[in-house]
Design a protein around this ligand. Sequence first.
Ligand SMILES: [Zn+2]
Ligand SMILES: [Zn+2]
Length: 253
Amino acid sequence: MVPKCDYHIHTDLIGCADKTMRIPAILHKCNLLGMERIGITDHLNTLDQLPIHRQIKEQLAQESPKLEVYFGVELNFMGLDQGFAYSEQVRDELGYEFAIGGIHSAYGYQRDKDKCLAIQHRHHMKVMEDPLCDVLVHPYWFGNAEFEQMDWFVDMSIIPDSWIRELGAASAETGTAIEINGCAFFHNPIYSKQWKESYIEYLKGLARAGAIFALGSDAHNIISLSAIHTVRAIADELDLPAYRFWHPTKKTN
Ligand SMILES: [Zn+2]
Ligand SMILES: [Zn+2]
């Protein structure tokens, strides 16, 4: 049974999601979509965004939602082979209940297939080994401007089997989940039908290697929250027991 949860949601406060993503509207919509547990995960690319994250936390505290709501954060590397703007101190100061993170750039190598893919894999493995990050977000997602230059990236069969096994095994070993992301891929028109189908095969390969998975819509507007249903349908195809799906744990203090 695939859990009814969405652990990747953006609000209007940081500015990447649109005005429809006000916190009360998000909670209402997720409830209508049948979600039981959700996580708010706005970007923390640099520490100067912390005051906005405090506002998000304060707004969440004012709500009495019908579903379980977690306060999370999405991390991004500060540059090629650099770290996240995140630490135990930041986590404890803000009271984050979980962190998701990953690579969001080709770092200028979008026309160099081998280098581009190697950079992605290297950063995926870095997330697996980071004890402060619970979920690797959207592996092999690229922004439109970069992806449009990747005529070599026809589908996911390009990814070496050995990398899929290595990433899946690392997930099993560290407990860091790998995300099944709705809006980055499956609701994104820039990726072809062939590409999306091959991505499901990629996820199946990770599942065979022992990976655990997190579910996320990555919605940036209220309509896109329904992408979680696509994510859940794909997760269902993986035919996994409940323990192979990741959940955050509630902070009690
Ligand atoms: Zn992201
Ligand atoms: Zn996101």
